[in-house]
Design a protein. Structure first.
Length: 288
């Protein structure tokens, strides 16, 4: 049992770094995913994940695999796309989801093109699928710093975020904090997607954000509890996914998201809040 569950992390430093990185990602991305889900913005997260690719690719084109250049480029691209999509939606008849979908496809194609100009297939795979087993000290410090900023900011804007999820009309009638909180929240989405980009790549970064959040929805109705469950599910997926990758030939990033997917399927079947079995066999308090 020790060799199966603990030895990979006690004997190999790269596994410890990967575990620390995925746990940090889960602590920041899980709560963000819950609010995206409750605000019916789940697909926005996916679009934004691809929107950061051109910026990161430009940073790569200028400085090579420089962590801070790629992170700064990714954040800038994410903010630009978020603002541009919102402006187009408000200035034309195009809905915001359609605008984001257009930017998502353009950004993905542009990012792949830019990487291909200077890099090779290995660089392209790094951008698309990440390299969680190759996290270094600088990347871990960046991820930890972004997660710290995320948790502090969420604590500061928690009440307007919850009110906007439950009753946005009431929030607008009693406070002007809705718009600033929304902008701050979009900034946190971009920051956490950049975090996920370094570990899981563009295609999977949103997975550690949305799959644990969807899982949490089947176990709690209280938002605070959902935030905790999402973070815990992300941590479990990171730990189990790394073990699966170590003991098999499954790549580490996909393994983490696959484990998160298994937790989601289990929750769909057995979740106490809206799970299929709970609906098929309701408790006594629902019987006539």
């Amino acid at each position: 049992m020790y060799d199966l569950l603990i030895a990979p992390f006690s004997e190999f430093e790269f596994m410890r770094r990967a575990l620390a990185g995925t746990i940090a990602l889960a602590l920041g991305a899980g709560p963000i995913g819950v609010f995206l889900m409750l605000r019916r913005m789940s697909l926005v997260g996916d679009a934004m994940a691809h929107a950061i690719l051109p910026g990161a690719a430009i940073g790569f084109l200028i400085s090579g695999l420089n962590l801070f250049a790629m992170a700064a480029g990714g954040m800038l691209a994410g903010f630009v796309v978020a603002i541009a999509a919102g402006l187009i939606a408000r200035s034309t008849e195009l809905k915001e989801d359609a605008s984001l979908a257009a930017f998502f496809l353009i950004s993905l194609a542009l990012g792949v093109t830019i990487v291909s100009l200077k890099g090779n297939n290995i660089d392209l795979l790094h951008f698309l699928f990440g390299s969680v087993l190759a996290l270094d000290d600088q990347t871990l410090v960046l991820i930890a710093g972004n997660v710290t900023v995320t948790l502090i900011a969420l604590a500061l804007i928690y009440r307007p975020l919850v009110l906007e999820c439950v009753d946005p009309g009431f929030l607008r009638s009693v406070s002007r904090a809705g718009a600033p909180a929304h902008l701050a929240f979009l900034a946190l989405v971009v920051i956490n997607l950049v975090n996920g980009f370094h570990a899981l790549g563009t295609l999977l970064a949103v997975g550690i954000m949305m799959v644990p959040a969807a899982t949490a929805r089947f176990w709690a109705r209280d938002i605070t509890v959902m935030l905790l469950i999402a973070a815990v599910c992300g941590c479990i997926a990171g730990y189990a996914g790394l073990l699966l990758s170590f003991h098999t030939s499954v790549p580490s990033g996909p393994a983490i998201i696959l484990v998160a997917g298994v937790l989601y399927v289990v929750s769909v079947l057995f979740g106490r809040v809206g799970g299929l079995l709970r609906q098929l066999f309701p408790g006594r308090h629902l019987e006539a």
